[in-house]
Design a protein around this ligand. Structure first.
Ligand SMILES: Nc1ncnc2c1ncn2[C@@H]1O[C@H](COP(=O)(O)OP(=O)(O)OP(=O)(O)O)[C@@H](O)[C@H]1O
Ligand SMILES: [Mg+2]
Length: 206
């Protein structure tokens, strides 16, 4: 299947961002898709896990308003790439990570109150739909503006259950425990969010 598709030509002008594992390129034929190429093969396992879970969640009919769909693998001039939805705002610009908003690199960025509001909404969404994320860190969440003034957090990386024993995939109670554990580790005790939580008087550990 992969072999029969024409090779997609990628070059540096299409590069959107570089993560610790993958380079993310604009898909040259689809404005609303990106191609992710692994540059750190040691982490290939987590990449494959993510694609498996995205396909599984899609099959199960889970909502994708806070996830990116996986459209399969393609052959590119830079090697094999995974094709995903690219999160673009209403004005066509790529959505910025929550890390950039918290770090003050986006103008206008979300206020501390909005950050807490958006994180709370995402957390309840994950629990409600039993969506498991292995590392919901600030650089794996983007602030999507489908409409002006209407932000929504979208998870662009790390979907799936990384536990060896997959009981959380089948038991709601275990899914909730795992989601809460990850949330605490990556959000509630994140040093990057201390000031945000202080500014809003929000105490995540209360
Ligand atoms: N679907 C997307 N829509 C918009 N921007 C994206 C998307 N996917 C990735 N990005 C941008 O590319 C960066 C790197 O992507 P991604 O997190 O998938 O790479 P990674 O190497 O797997 O990450 P990590 O360093 O967390 O392992 C993100 O932080 C984000 O800025
Ligand atoms: Mg990432």
């Amino acid at each position: 299947m992969l072999q029969r598709q024409p090779t997609v030509h990628l070059d540096k002008s299409l590069l959107i961002a570089r993560g610790g594992v993958r380079d993310v390129y604009q898909h040259p034929h689809h404005d609303d898709r990106c191609i992710k190429i692994v540059h750190n093969p040691k982490r290939l396992r987590s990449v494959k896990r993510e694609t498996r879970y995205l396909l599984r969640y899609e099959r199960q009919g889970k909502p994708f308003e806070r996830l990116t769909r996986f459209h399969g693998w393609c052959k590119t001039t830079l090697g094999s790439g995974g094709v995903f939805d690219l999160i673009r705002d209403h004005d066509g610009r790529c959505a910025q990570t929550l890390l950039s908003h918290v770090g003050g690199q986006v103008d206008p960025g979300l206020s501390p109150g909005e950050i807490v509001e958006q994180l709370t909404a995402l957390y309840h969404h994950l629990l409600e739909h039993e969506i498991i994320v292995s590392d919901p860190a600030l650089h794996n969440l983007v602030v999507h503006y489908p409409l002006p003034g209407r932000p929504r957090l979208v998870i662009i990386d790390g979907v799936g259950n990384s536990n060896f024993i997959k009981i959380a995939d089948y038991r709601k109670h275990c899914a909730h425990q795992l989601i809460k554990k990850k949330w605490r580790r990556y959000i509630e005790v994140s040093p990057l969010l201390v000031e945000v939580f202080q500014a809003t008087g929000y105490n995540p550990l209360a």
